[in-house]
Design a binder for this molecule. Structure first.
Ligand SMILES: Cc1cc2nc3c(=O)[nH]c(=O)nc-3n(C[C@H](O)[C@H](O)[C@H](O)COP(=O)(O)O)c2cc1C
Length: 203
């Protein structure tokens, strides 16, 4: 049974990415996964600064009190769903910051399913951005398929207000099924094959 962490990549209180991350978490459980919803709406990860790498940071440093528990949650993951809003054609800054903070193998060689959320007709740019720059040193393994949810407010599977087409919901479920299969299959690759002491940072 894979353990999947669903990352909601927006800090907005009324975030559609958060709501859709909840929908995804609920749809993962029937696939046999255990799920942890890590929403950047609910956890205020500090912006990366030099103290993160300091060996004598104070006990009350946010790197100890806020980041360390997030890091532990991510380390438990066998796979991830990364839900990013499109903000000005980009992935959200707090999501990029989280990826920047993952320097302790939290994501390394773990399959990650990208889901972009747009209020309108966007969503392609943050996928392209994350595929290109989101995984060099943290070694997140972006799956070859991703999902773009446009007109996000209409995406409410199982709700009478839903206006999302069946094909899109079916595609999400199939993407989650693929993710869970990859998450199981990748376990021995991490434990028996990959040596990050050799790789260190990505090239
Ligand atoms: C600062 C900001 C910039 C945005 N820029 C875009 C954009 O470039 N393209 C787009 O499709 N939607 C854009 N949106 C709308 C988001 O797609 C919309 O808020 C959507 O619900 C996902 O973000 P959320 O999870 O924060 O709700 C923007 C929203 C914000 C708050």
């Amino acid at each position: 049974m894979p353990h999947i962490v669903v990352i909601g990549g927006s800090n907005r209180e009324a975030s559609q990415s958060h709501r859709i991350a909840e929908v995804i978490a609920a749809r993962l459980e029937p696939q046999g996964a255990t799920v942890d919803l890590l929403s950047l709406r609910d956890v205020d990860i500090p912006m990366w600064d030099e103290e993160k790498w300091s060996s004598d940071k104070p006990a009350d440093s946010a790197w100890n009190t806020v980041w360390a528990p997030v890091s532990e949650r991510l380390k438990k993951a066998d796979g991830l769903v990364v839900v990013t809003p499109e903000w000005h054609g980009m992935a959200s800054p707090m999501l990029k910051n989280l990826l920047c903070c993952c320097d302790q193998r939290e994501l390394a060689f773990k399959p990650a399913y990208l889901v972009a959320v747009s209020a309108g007709a966007g969503g392609a740019y943050p996928i392209a951005e994350l595929r290109m720059t989101g995984g060099k040193n943290n070694y997140a393994h972006w799956l070859p398929d991703h999902l773009i949810i446009r007109q996000a407010a209409d995406f409410r599977p199982g709700d009478p207000e839903n206006k999302a087409p069946d094909w899109l919901v079916n595609r999400l479920d199939h993407g989650l099924k693929i993710l869970c299969a990859y998450a199981e299959a990748a376990k021995p690759i991490r434990s028996e094959v990959v040596d990050l002491d050799i790789l260190k940072n990505g090239m």
